[in-house]
Design a protein around this ligand. Structure first.
Ligand code: TRP
Ligand code: SF4
Length: 405
């Protein structure tokens, strides 16, 4: 990865609209976004086209999911004054860039994306042998490159896609960013390496630029640096030439790995809609209380007088997320000595979760009552995003022979 710091980098991330978000989304993603918005220029968007790559047969779920999700972003403290919020399909430049990038994207890069086979296996009841599904990481690449984003906060499962966007940007710059004067000088310098090394250098360079092979880049660098008889100027030229050497039209983004959240669900597994163990961000207070009161505890505690072990209890995991040390000490002591009952133990967790969800509900109320405010935020954000994406498309069309002036 490049040595550039994160300062002054444009941050961009997207989320598929999946309806109302839960506390796992908040602790896993949104809390991080809310922090980033104060440190960087941030763009957060609703990836509605991405939903169609897997759920093309369910268009009726999209709209409500989109607005519910945006309200949850706002409830989490994502501030439209600090970050630009928009909907992917309101910026059709994403689609145009997707199309143009598809011209130079090797099929094999898409086929080897880990999510491709994985999701096809997982969603077996769906026919995902579609063109759109195969191209989904490329659509994601277009999402990122349209803004020349420097940093892309994502979870570990999405890192290969950001990696792909780096490889595609590199290939694009290699094909379209040629600067003729430089190229000739660099070619002349390659010859000075001697016949055998020149050939090796050229092959390694091609491996790196076209196929993204980092190892080849390292080898080629070592070859140049270790060469005894060429000038410093030529060395620099040869190193620059390795990384494309021409103009950078689409900068390579970096994945910003989101710290893993340990947010447990009601059953102690990771909180996830598919496990039916969630508490929604805007869950009603009575419902929060009921859900936590109904949680299973350590099965060894049949009677109040049976001591338990917090390690075997999902309620303890919630204490780990929400409770200060003194409460945690109280739980440990009370549970293992049968000094407290499970309902008693759950109460501080109920209080904390209710406080948190209460804050989300409070922030959301204005937007629930005035949907036109939410529409306005998105309309404004989408315009702002579009201005930037339009500029990128000008650059892209120019180098691809589509400017027609
Ligand atoms: N594919 C991502 C997901 O499923 C969402 C996404 C779409 C995204 N486009 C993006 C994330 C661009 C980061 C940048 O979670
Ligand atoms: Fe779980 Fe608390 Fe009951 Fe122990 S006392 S089993 S930690 S709910």
């Amino acid at each position: 990865m490049s040595g550039l710091g994160l300062q002054n980098q444009r941050v961009l991330s997207g989320m598929r609209p999946s309806g109302r978000l839960h506390l796992g989304h908040y602790h896993g993603v949104l809390k991080n976004w809310a922090k980033l918005q104060h440190e960087h220029e941030c763009f957060f968007f609703v990836a509605d086209w991405h939903v169609l790559t897997t759920h093309y047969d369910a268009p009726e779920i999209i709209e409500q999911s989109v607005w519910d999700m945006v309200i949850d972003w706002l409830a989490a403290g994502i501030n439209p004054g600090s970050a630009t919020l928009f909907i992917q399909s309101k910026v059709p430049e994403h689609a145009e860039l997707h199309l143009l990038l598809s011209m130079l994207t090797p099929l094999s890069w898409l086929e080897r994306a880990p999510t491709y086979k994985e999701q096809q296996e997982k969603l077996k009841d769906k026919d995902l042998s579609t063109y759109g599904f195969l191209g989904y990481p490329l659509l994601q690449t277009a999402d990122i490159l349209a803004y020349k984003a420097g940093a892309v906060p994502v979870g570990a499962d999405q890192v290969p896609h950001v990696e792909m966007s780096r490889e595609i940007a590199r290939r694009f710059n290699h094909v379209y960013g040629k600067d003729s004067g430089f190229e000739e000088k660099a070619e002349a310098a390659v010859k000075k390496l001697g016949k055998k090394n020149a050939k090796l250098y050229s092959n390694l360079r091609k491996d790196y630029l076209q196929d993204g092979n980092e190892e080849s880049l390292q080898k080629a660098r070592a070859l140049v640096e270790g060469h005894a008889s060429i000038s410093l100027g030529d060395k620099e030229r040869l190193i620059g030439f390795l990384e494309g050497g021409g103009k950078i039209i689409l900068p390579e983004p970096q994945a910003l790995l989101t710290p893993v959240s340990k947010m447990p669900g009601l059953d102690g597994q990771k909180m996830s809609k598919s496990y039916h163990n969630t508490i929604e961000m805007r869950e009603a207070p009575e419902s929060v209380e009921n859900k936590i009161k109904r949680m299973q505890t350590d099965p060894a505690r049949v009677r109040l007088s049976d001591p338990g072990n917090p390690e075997n209890c999902p309620v303890w995991q919630l204490h780990e997320v929400y409770s200060p040390q003194d409460v945690k000490d109280w739980v440990q002591k009370g549970c293992t000595s049968a000094g407290i009952g499970c309902l008693e133990c759950k109460q501080p967790v109920i209080d904390c979760v209710m406080k948190e969800t209460g804050e989300f509900r409070e922030r959301a109320r204005e937007f629930e009552e005035n949907p036109e405010i939410v529409r306005g935020i998105i309309a404004e954000g989408s315009e702002k995003a579009r201005d930037i994406a339009r500029e990128t498309m000008e650059d892209v069309r120019n180098v691809m022979g589509l400017s027609y002036r």
